[in-house]
Write a protein that binds this ligand. Sequence first.
Ligand code: AGP
Length: 634
Amino acid sequence: MCGIVGYTGLGLAAGQPATAETTPVPSGHPLEVALEGLRRLEYRGYDSAGVALVGPGRDDVAFAKKSGKLGNLVGEIEAHPMPQATAAIGHTRWATHGGPTDVNAHPHLADGDRLAVIHNGIIENFAQLKKELLAEGVFFRSETDTEVAAQLLAREYRRAGDLTEAMAATARRLEGTFTLLAVHADDPLKVVGARHDSPLVVGLGEGENFLGSDVAAFIAFTKEALELGQDQIVTITPTSVDVVDFRNKPAEAKRFTVDWDAAAAEKSGFESFMDKEIHDQPHAVADTLLGRTDVDGRLTLDEIRIDEAVLRAVDKIIVIACGTAAYAGHVAKYAIEHWCRIPVEVELAHEFRYRDPILNEKTLVVAISQSGETMDTLMAVRHAREQGAKVLSIVNTQGSTIPRESDAVLYTHAGPEIAVASTKAFLSQITAAYLLGLYLAQLRGNKFADEVAYLLGELRDVPAKIQTVIERGEYVRATARSMQDATSVLFLGRHVGYPVALEGALKLKELAYIHAEGFAAGELKHGPIALIDEGQPVFVVVPSPRGRDSLHSKVVSNIQEIRARGARTLVIAEDGDDEVRRYADEIFWIPQVPTLIQPLLAVVPLQIFAMSLATAKGLDVDQPRNLAKSVTVE
Ligand code: AGP
């Protein structure tokens, strides 16, 4: 969804020497900082982009905006250079109200082009507010809800004469979800932001400060940050950061240091972020496991600040998440139930909230989210807490909203995930959820310390085995290239292989725009087998032959059933599984691992397959059509 950047510094043009009166601005020209921030937020998904600048000696806002990719905006700025400035705001828009045109792109201007506003979210009462403003003779240039906020802010500014106060008054009138950023020509060192159910973080610099939808916007310049609370307004100048609430009363924001490396958000020689992130997976899993044991090797999860007595009393776990994160939760269900003997339900966050779920103080709700901003998951978190349940979130992005609104957070350490399609987040989410399962098993006495240590040892062996799967990727890539014309691909799995099949199908839909369905293999005869005819490609995730009795043989039977009806079988199986080999048209080998760990390996060929097929079709694997990385509206 929309990306937002704000910057204020002392306004030297790049390369201009500092004078006695000015402090050098380490990050350079505000325009360049804004464009760099937007480049780093591109991954969120967008269809137009724009910037606005204010600087001393100018009595209006300079702006540029263009539909399409950031390159179009940069081309526009090269054709019509922008002036020197002291503050900038930048925006990548994912269209909601009004199509992705130049006019609808942000910023939106008001107050005789002296005020500029950018916005993420949806203003639900915009029609009513627009009517009110139209009656006052306000002229609108676009169809957007954002322009209504800009005009409202202009009216409040004329009344208050102060941008922060005007923003507070505006925020009080708006319904829906919003992050708003504004600059005014009267105050060229100031950027004011407001947030309500939509993300905004502050980056702290020296002689400069930043705002961003997430920390990726400014990690190239600073790692020091402030996490804003709900319904807060922040005013930044080069030397100050002030936070107030919507009543304009001083408010607290939490300081933190970003532990992501800016270089981790670069392609580092790979063709795409997705390819790079697939290759990052051994590290993502290893880093998520790192530092979670004490000197005696006992699993310790210090972040889980929920009372141990409460965790011992938990009688039900509900995992809430969306998309890939929900499939990670689905995998974790098998492990947690097996290790802890606690019933685990997995529910899509948007369904959970509207179905009147039964939960109480003995329910532990586990919210899984890479971004920490998914609105459906956030709303489900709030709903769960209102019902008295404790919420523990598994999140990758520091400074995001879901951890802030949870009782405890277990961070995954996957580093920034830029490609829209999740890869390393999936593996690190499963890893973190497994840590939680083992921790609960240890705490509740379901597993002895040595059993937990043994299972942790098995998890620590996983990164090297993921590396092996990645190194065997060329055969998967070649198979994918040969299947460019496929119009439908099915995925089958059983037990933990079932959510892997669902994830494999999701990856193919997202990236290659091919119809793909994942099924529980046992469900085949209850309907899906009717889809099988000559040449239908079917991926099958085969469980370990050394695992639970009959699981393996049941899946091998399923392969025979579909093969007998003409399916082309693409099988993921463990090294040495000679039985399955004869039923596979193509076979992708993965190293031997215990049953519950297999998803961490089995999904990798499916990720590589989807990426390679999409690449062969000439598609953009990092930014698939219609999708946003961070879904911040319901
Ligand atoms: C997966 O490839 C997608 N990007 C999507 O399903 C994603 O997992 C989902 O939107 C949840 O996002 P979150 O982890 O940031 O909450």
